[in-house]
Design a protein around this ligand. Structure first.
Ligand SMILES: [Zn+2]
Length: 157
């Protein structure tokens, strides 16, 4: 459950309502999240299948944990990896990438699911990762894509 006195940023992509629920003072990166949702919808609906819902919501939660997780048309998103992250121009834009990655689960996991066997999450994880790389590839330069691949190589699990 996610609950707070939120401010809501609203936008639209075709007939899909896009909403970001955030703490009033944490408005720095809201537009990046909106752009990531729109570019993801462009790529995923063109290359995979139609989006199955009429809305997509991102909700900020405190830095008790640093993750985002995709539920059906809803993504709780830690302030620590998004809302209060300082993004410099030459940084890999992790916030954009995480948003596109989480949104990809609306297809991988929420539309196409794996067999209920050990290790199954690796498939949706890998395909979501691929999907978000494709959003980067089709909207940014090759250099940006290379920076992301390098960034991910250096991450520890
Ligand atoms: Zn993931």
């Amino acid at each position: 459950m996610v609950s707070a006195r939120y401010v809501v940023k609203k936008d639209k992509w075709n007939d899909v309502n896009l909403e970001v629920y955030y703490h009033e003072d944490h408005n720095y990166n809201i537009n990046i999240m909106m752009d990531a949702m729109k570019m993801s919808l462009d790529y995923y609906t063109a290359n995979f299948s139609p989006y199955q819902f009429r809305q997509m919501r991102i909700m900020e939660f405190p830095r008790y944990s640093q993750f985002a997780q995709s539920f059906a048309n809803t993504v709780p998103f830690s302030e620590g990896i998004g809302f209060i992250m300082k993004i410099e121009d030459d940084d890999p834009n992790v916030l954009f990438f995480v948003t596109a990655h989480e949104f990809a689960y609306q297809w991988w996991g929420h539309q196409v699911s794996e067999a209920n066997v050990k290790g199954n999450a690796m498939i949706s994880e890998a395909v979501a990762q691929y999907s978000s790389y494709m959003v980067i590839k089709h909207n940014f330069s090759q250099e940006v894509l290379k920076d992301f691949l390098k960034y991910d190589l250096l991450q520890k699990a």
